[in-house]
Design a protein around this ligand. Structure first.
Ligand code: ZN
Length: 66
């Protein structure tokens, strides 16, 4: 079964659920219990080429490593 990532529009909670397509409609927010959370694409563990937001813009300043 695929793992879906959800975001609750009511409280902003983000969570993952491993559900079947039938169950995906019945997912509720674990935090506030609101139904019909927004389904978002998982950013990790899926495609090998996608690395999220640009690494160079995500790291504005180089931090010295000790
Ligand atoms: Zn919620």
């Amino acid at each position: 079964m695929p793992i879906y990532e959800y975001k609750c529009d009511a409280c902003g909670e983000e969570f993952e659920r491993r559900v079947s397509l039938a169950e995906a409609k019945n997912v509720c927010c674990p935090k506030c219990g609101a139904g019909r959370p927004r389904r978002v694409l998982s950013q990790f563990g899926k495609s090998s080429g996608f690395k999220g937001p640009r690494p160079d813009s995500a790291r504005p300043m180089p931090t010295p490593t000790l």
